[in-house]
Write a protein that binds this ligand. Sequence first.
Ligand code: AHR
Length: 532
Amino acid sequence: MKAKLLAQRTVSSRVKRVASAASVGTKFLVISLLCCGLRTFAESALITVDAARRIGPISPLVYGQFIEHLGHCVNGGVFEPGSSLSDTNGFRRDVLEKARELSPPLLRWPGGTFSKIYHWQDGIGPKNERRRRPNLIWGGEEDNQFGTDEFIQYCRRLGAEPYITVNMATGSAEEAANWVEYCNGTGNTYYAALRCKNGFAEPHRVKFWGLGNEEDAEPDCGRLQDPTHYAAEAWQFAKLMKLQDPGIKLIIAGCGNGTWNRTVLKSLHPVADFFSLHWYCRSKDPETLFGGVAGFDRRLEEMGKLLAEFPVRVTEFPQWYRFPPRDGPVKLAVDEWGIWNGGQSGKEEMWGLDMTYSWQDALGVASWLNALQRNADITGMATWAQLVNIIAPILSDAKASIRQVVFYPLELYRRHSGNWAVSAQCQGPALPGGSKLPALDVSASLDERTHTLTLAVVNRHPTEPIAARIQFQGTAYRRLQAGYELTAPALDAHNSLASPTSECVCRRRFAGQSDFEAYSFPPCSISLLLLQ
Ligand code: AHR
């Protein structure tokens, strides 16, 4: 089984390597530019799609979001009781409406680092009896008015599966298991009954549970920096939590350190449905941002090789555990990803987390989504950090809320990508400046139900349109059913709460066409071409 998986990885790794390669400076003769919307151009490229070379199914869970009790993400972001903009639950209606446009299938909570000081029982029951605590991690005070039941209600309103991270730093395995009982218990037991008493007779059915967060990070109240220590503790958490509900799926804390990852996986892989990876990029300039995303792509490749060392199925698992092991390969959970210039905004109190995103960042996000598709075979879930106000696609203040420019690629890819990632290779020019990073970043996906192939292309060149010929190996998809194109007037274009009704992103949809062979991608653009 292991050998078979390794062989599969070798094939898909090869597909991915070719897919991300660009032969720098390649120029093709001007091709027959048959399609509408072609512009004059200085550069050209060749995109080759092979729909029969399948990388893997794209998990719907890769389009998730994350909320944390940090700044105005939860309090004053998704939740603002007393505001005229909020509903009777205290949920900001305008924010929820925008979040629904993003349609995240998964929502992670309560942290992040905050989970290391969070005690879930502070946030249940009558609101006026809830304990107010200092937010020791991020500063300020936590009034615990938005707790487990509010989180679940928010998920239901959003149409997202809840994903809860448990406290392994200042909490215990028993506390975490009691949380599972509170959420999922159906028996005549204390915590299940407490949920009923609090008004929720039906179980919350929380399937995804994270065992800690960045547990190697010593400055963050972390106490489990030694991987063998983490592994031993996490086993205890896993056992007690799975005994409460054998159907839950666990996310094990990984990190950037290879020794940690291998050690932890060796011990915990029988119960590791997912293995967590966090990746933030800086966006000082295009090279830093797009280079960071390329680094993410390489890290996924490395992680894929590591995960392939573990069997697809666990065959020997003592029955005395009284719960089953994982029932498929260990998948990656990229449960924090995004763009964070960490402390460079000059606002130290928020550690630079109150990011205003520019159009350059949106190009980075689209490239990132391409990287997730190119690594669909190993990625089981991903949650963008975060949803509102904190490194977020949505900003709000007391009066209004806006979509940041990064909102649009997130929305577009979620709406129009297929459910299988397939091979797409691109040969074309590099970005100016000697970085050798390709100007075009490409991925392709196939929707098996509608036989639609979505070709996603980001032209990151700051000034040049790039005309690409689109060639198919095997089945050709030549009927352009629809095209979606995002552009903005400049790389530093952004939306702002100061003028909440102005919008800098130009969104273009163009209609169908047969014999589609080529397209000229405008500079600094994101295009999704739906082909049949
Ligand atoms: O998303 C902000 C913080 O970044 C999270 O709390 C932590 O997990 C990560 O380091």
